[in-house]
Write a protein that binds this ligand. Structure first.
Ligand SMILES: Nc1ncnc2c1ncn2[C@@H]1O[C@H](COP(=O)(O)OP(=O)(O)OP(=O)(O)O)[C@@H](O)[C@H]1O
Length: 248
């Protein structure tokens, strides 16, 4: 079962040209998919359409092999989304906020509270779980957002630049969490950090100007690297070659 955009067009304002035109994209049904692309490529737009928080001008957003469309409550319950800017309620503690999100997504009160404690622990925020979200740092808030995305039994998880603003240790912690989660639930994650690709991504999608330039296994992405690229630079080299930025 996968999530897909089918011939979708989308624009932010009536007088502007569409960011996406007749755009189709299918989130792989298993493992971790990394969505790469330069600023303004359309990654966040794609993710908000998949999350059902943006409505396409034309085309459809749906689960394949199921009748759910993005307009249905069920659909939103099954899709967990971490947006680029984590919306929080400043008066709630981190645990209250995560529990609230889990409750909104259909967990019962006790289950939501317990789950919130568990996922905050997973993202290394157990000690801060009783602090008001207004008092948390940007990176800690990001981790609260990640915890929210993990706080209910979603069928697909969408993470928009989850590692932005995390310190190196927290990035490592986060990658371990994602690896574990992606073994059970398909995860689509946008990033500018090519190191996120490392060896744990199953699929790489590269987009630019509202179009997909590459979509396939990580190995086939890396095959685009220049022959003389150092092993640690193969992902960057493949990115440059596919984007036409490689001068040679
Ligand atoms: N709220 C908005 N209102 C108007 N235009 C927007 C809005 N959000 C994004 N855009 C435009 O849509 C296009 C795609 O933006 P989007 O945020 O989807 O790209 P992105 O690949 O996620 O970029 P980044 O890596 O910088 O986050 C850009 O041209 C951007 O200027």
């Amino acid at each position: 079962m996968t999530l897909l955009l089918n011939h979708v067009s989308f624009r932010y304002r009536r007088w502007e040209r569409p960011v996406l035109r007749d755009f189709s994209y299918e989130v792989p049904g298993e493992g971790l998919t990394i969505l790469l692309g330069p600023n303004g490529a359309g990654k966040s737009t794609t993710m908000s359409l998949l999350a059902g928080t943006a409505v396409p001008l034309a085309g459809r957003v749906r689960f394949k092999d199921s009748d759910l469309t993005s307009a249905s409550r069920e659909y939103r319950r099954h899709v967990a989304w971490l947006p680029q800017r984590v919306p929080t309620s400043r008066q709630l503690t981190a645990r209250e906020y995560v529990a609230y999100v889990a409750w909104l997504k259909g967990e019962d009160r006790t289950g939501a509270w317990e789950r919130a404690g568990k996922v905050l622990d997973q993202v290394g925020l157990a000690e801060q779980s009783g602090r008001k979200t207004a008092k948390l740092s940007g990176g800690q808030l990001r981790r609260v957002g990640i915890a929210c995305a993990l706080a209910h039994d979603a069928r697909v998880i969408l993470l928009d630049e989850p590692t932005a603003g995390l310190d190196p240790h927290q990035r490592t912690v986060f990658r371990d969490v994602v690896r574990e989660v992606a073994a059970r639930v398909p995860v689509l994650m946008s990033t500018h950090d090519i190191a996120d690709l490392a060896d744990e991504a199953n699929t790489v999608s590269l987009m630019d100007q509202g179009r997909i330039l590459h979509h396939g296994g990580t190995r086939s992405f890396l095959d685009h690297a220049r022959d003389d690229a150092a092993p640690a630079r193969r992902a960057e080299s493949a990115y440059s070659v596919l984007m036409g930025l490689d001068g040679s």
